[in-house]
Design a protein around this ligand. Structure first.
Ligand code: FES
Length: 102
């Protein structure tokens, strides 16, 4: 069953950038893009790298280790060396807080 977990204040999510949060015992990356907030797993599906240390351009997060890119909207792996998509989580904004469904 879906559980909505309070992650962070909405205004702490940086615009055009990424921040990592702990939510429900998991490490989640939150992205601010064009006024929207997107959530994915923070760990790259290719290796031991944290996407919060990567580079966000538009809706694409680039892994800091081998420059694999994912679309933060659906977790799609966009290029090599990535083979596996990234988990994404639904986001809800309520009372100035960001909630993610885990
Ligand atoms: Fe992310 Fe290799 S660890 S692309």
């Amino acid at each position: 069953s879906t559980e909505w977990i309070k992650a962070i204040a909405r205004d702490e999510v940086p615009e055009e950038d990424v921040i990592a949060v702990q939510a429900g015992g998991r490490e989640i990356a939150l992205y601010g893009v064009d006024g929207e907030v997107y959530a994915t797993a923070n760990l790259c599906t290719h290796g031991n790298a944290r996407l919060c240390d990567g580079f966000l351009e538009g809706h694409e997060i680039e892994c800091p280790l081998h420059q694999g890119r994912f679309d933060v909207r659906d977790g799609r792996a966009l290029c090599s060396p990535l083979r596996e998509n990234l988990a994404t989580y639904p986001v809800r904004i309520e009372d100035g807080m960001v909630f993610v469904a885990l």
